[in-house]
Write a protein that binds this ligand. Structure first.
Ligand SMILES: C[S@@+](CC[C@H](N)C(=O)[O-])C[C@H]1O[C@@H](n2cnc3c(N)ncnc32)[C@H](O)[C@@H]1O
Ligand SMILES: [Zn+2]
Length: 322
């Protein structure tokens, strides 16, 4: 999608600094408020995609973005050979919850939109297509709009989830998978999700709980299932639970233990190969026990005008400890 097309279909782009509308033309993207620094200093365009950051308040700098042509700071190669793809599937079982929940979310979006409207789903941290999302990307009756902090062929713009450059109530659904652990202020990102969603809009979040550090310096936070629910307290719950359970968690722990013992990532990979069967046992575990030791959790919810209270979160607990 080119710039003009992006503006035509999603004319709701706003300045991430002051929320004024932006002017998009071939010379670039500028904020329309003369009081805003981004009216004088246009947002860079990287490989045809606008980079709509408030650089003063982001971990991404304009210098780094321009110098690297928007590349990710973390190497993110896709497995090139069929053997490496098969190895990836063996080590990491499919995301069965996303495979089940994404079609559910799409059905709800279609029901809400009616036959004449195409729902828009915003994917945050969508530089790579996450696991279990095939139905979303294949849906011909849904517009998928994705962004990340780096440029990728599957994103339409580059931005920071702490300041989403889209107008209030401009999308029908938001998907955020394996991202909230990488942002400095998850609550701010969730407030942004709430802001850009139309009333009754849907969110699907899939977030690590007991997982070791990944993406090195870009990994900040973890959530229990209850903490994750409370993070989305301004949303009505449709469903929530474990994505990957205690078996996956144990396989990751063995991997990182061997890395540390032998001072080698390859040693961890070797251990993971030997113990990968643990992750495949997740589906046989008791969900109440497994969620207390889960590797990751999900939340599917609807934007709500009312808030889950601090007392309600105690009654929400889905684990096995009473
Ligand atoms: C572990 S990867 C997950 C990628 C993809 N969603 C998936 O499930 O495979 C985390 C992603 O979050 C992105 N990310 C980190 N900080 C972000 C931010 N502030 N705003 C938007 N995306 C961010 C990273 O660049 C990266 O693409
Ligand atoms: Zn501005």
């Amino acid at each position: 999608m080119g710039l003009a097309e992006l503006k035509k279909h999603h004319g709701d782009l706003i300045c991430p600094r002051c929320s004024s509308s932006v002017q998009v033309d071939e010379s670039g993207v500028r904020c329309t408020s003369t009081a805003c620094p981004y009216s004088k200093e246009p947002f860079p365009i990287i490989a045809g995609a606008p980079a709509l950051f408030d650089f003063e308040h982001s971990i991404v700098s304009v210098e780094q973005l321009v110098a690297t042509s928007g590349s990710s700071q973390i190497p993110r190669e896709q497995p090139s050979s069929r053997f490496r793809r098969r190895l990836g599937t063996f080590l990491h079982p499919p995301n069965y919850q996303a495979e089940r929940n994404i079609p559910r979310m799409l059905d709800l979006l279609r029901q809400d939109a009616g036959p004449s409207t195409r729902p828009v789903v915003l994917v945050i941290g969508g530089g790579a297509v996450g696991k279990g999302l095939d139905d979303l990307y294949a849906a011909e009756d849904v517009d998928t709009l994705a962004f990340d902090i780096y440029w990728s062929p599957v994103t339409q713009f580059i931005a920071d989830g702490h300041r989403i450059p889209l107008a209030d109530e401009s999308v029908d659904g938001v998907l955020i998978q394996a991202v909230l652990e990488h942002v400095l202020e998850p609550q701010v990102v969730v407030e942004q999700i709430h802001r850009v969603l139309r009333p009754d809009g849907l969110v699907y979040a899939d977030t690590p709980f007991l997982q070791q550090v990944h993406d090195g310096p870009y990994d900040f936070t973890r959530f229990t299932d209850s903490g994750h629910r409370y993070l989305f307290r301004d949303f009505e719950r449709i469903d929530s639970g474990t994505v990957a359970g205690a078996g996956t968690q144990l396989a990751w722990s063995i991997d990182y233990f061997f890395r540390a013992l032998f001072r080698s990532q390859m040693a961890g990979l070797g251990a993971r190969l030997v113990f990968s069967w643990l992750a495949h046992l997740d589906r046989y575990l008791d969900p109440r026990y497994s969620i207390d030791g889960a590797s990751s959790v999900y939340f599917l919810g609807r934007k709500s005008p009312s808030r889950l209270s601090p007392q309600d979160i105690i009654g929400y607990y889905q684990g096995a400890q009473r």
